[in-house]
Write a protein that binds this ligand. Structure first.
Ligand SMILES: [Zn+2]
Length: 220
C-alpha cells in the first residue's frame, strides 16, 4: 500500500525533527541496526498519529520515489510528516515539518477515455460518427466544470491514490446528460444510449465522477 491510507502512527524526535512509522507496520531499523529510540536517546521523543485525510504527493503515490506529506498530531498541535527516499535503494526517510496541508482546489472529472472506448464498444458493429462522440465527451467535461464537489456522495476511495475519491453522478445531472444528448445524437442513437447511460450511472459505473483534492504545503 502506498503512503497515505488510513491511520498511521509515528514516533518522532522533536529535537532532530525525524519521524518513524510504527505499528501496525514493523518498526523501521536503520542500516546500522540501531532502533529509533536508541538513536534519539536523551532527545524529546513523542508519539504522533495521523490526523485528517489531507495528503500531498509529488508523484503518483505508488511510485517508490514519491515524496509524500500527511498531517500528524500529538494531541495538542498538528505537524506535517514528509516521507521520501534519496534513491530507490535507500530506505524511506521521514522528516517532521512545522506547517499544515491546505486544500488548494478540487477537480471533478469523468474518465473520458474509458467512456469513449465503452461507447465505441456499445455501438459496435454500428458506428457513431467520431464528431458526435467528441461532442458528447465535450458536453460531459463542460458539465463537470460546474459541479460543486461539496454536494457529491462519495461511493469509494481510489485504492492507490489517497487524494482521489469516486462519487455518484447526482440524479439531476444524470437527467441533464440525457437531455443534452438530444442536441447531439439521432433518435436511433439515443435509443441505443438509454440503457448505456442508465447502467453507467450505477455506483461503479462509467459516469462515476473522479474527485481529486489537491493540497499544498503551508510552512508554519
Ligand atoms: Zn533526535
Amino acid at each position: 500500500m502506498p503512503e497515505g491510507h488510513g491511520i498511521h502512527h509515528f514516533l518522532a524526535c522533536r529535537t532532530c525533527l525525524e519521524a518513524e512509522r510504527v505499528l501496525p507496520h514493523p518498526p523501521e531499523v536503520d542500516p546500522q541496526g540501531a532502533s529509533f529510540l536508541e538513536r534519539h536517546a536523551g532527545h524529546k521523543v513523542e508519539a504522533l498519529s495521523r490526523v485528517g485525510d489531507a495528503f500531498l504527493s509529488d508523484r503518483p503515490p505508488w511510485d517508490p520515489m514519491a515524496t509524500t506529506y500527511l498531517e500528524v498530531t500529538n494531541g495538542s498541535e498538528v505537524l506535517v510528516v514528509r516521507s521520501g527516499r534519496r534513491s530507490v535503494e535507500d530506505p524511506v526517510e521521514r522528516v517532521l515539518l512545522p506547517g499544515r496541508l491546505r486544500l488548494d482546489h478540487i477537480t471533478v472529472e469523468f474518465d473520458l477515455d474509458l467512456i469513449r472506448r465503452a461507447l465505441d464498444a456499445h455501438f459496435f458493429p454500428q458506428a457513431v460518427r467520431p464528431k458526435k462522440l467528441e461532442q458528447f465527451l465535450a458536453m460531459l467535461s463542460e458539465l463537470c466544470r460546474g459541479i460543486d464537489a461539496e454536494r457529491l456522495d462519495v461511493v469509494f476511495d481510489a485504492a492507490m491514490e489517497p487524494h482521489v475519491q469516486f462519487a455518484r453522478l447526482p440524479e439531476d445531472l444524470h437527467r441533464e446528460v440525457v437531455a443534452r444528448t438530444a442536441g447531439i445524437f439521432d433518435e436511433w442513437e439515443r435509443e441505443r444510449l438509454r440503457p448505456f447511460l442508465a447502467e453507467a450511472s450505477a455506483d461503479d459505473g462509467l459516469l462515476t465522477l473522479r474527485v481529486t483534492r489537491s493540497f499544498t504545503l503551508q510552512a508554519a
